[in-house]
Design a protein around this ligand. Structure first.
Ligand code: FES
Length: 111
């Protein structure tokens, strides 16, 4: 039997689903940790607040026409679902599992 992965779900206290605007990156805190949230196509994605390249704030970036997160500083692109660096520079944006319960948003920030 394969053990089920246990996640430590933490409520995003400062934001609810209704406050997330489609296609807009929002920075918030979960405890002491800054994270970015993105509502896209009726899903919510969470990823690191800081770019893995040179530390720009990801909330200052945008979503392009293909739904990729674009860093504002050097325009590297990342898939919000996986953190994959879709523009090919070899970086990985840290992502966090998201669970939406009603209008509450929970993140598994330790997994
Ligand atoms: S700091 Fe984000 S692409 Fe360079």
């Amino acid at each position: 039997m394969i053990p089920q992965e246990s996640k430590n779900w933490v409520l995003v206290e400062k934001l609810s689903l209704t406050q997330l605007e489609e296609g807009k990156i929002i920075e918030t805190f979960v405890g002491q940790k800054a994270v970015c949230l993105l509502r896209k196509s009726n899903s919510v994605f969470a990823f690191a607040a800081i770019c893995p390249h040179q530390g720009a704030k990801m909330c200052e970036g945008w979503i392009d026409a293909k739904g990729q997160v674009v860093c504002a500083l050097h325009h590297y692109k990342f898939a919000p679902e996986s953190g994959r660096n879709t523009s090919g520079e070899g970086y990985k944006l840290r992502t966090y599992p998201v669970d939406v319960r009603g209008t509450e948003i929970y993140l598994a920030i330790n997994s």
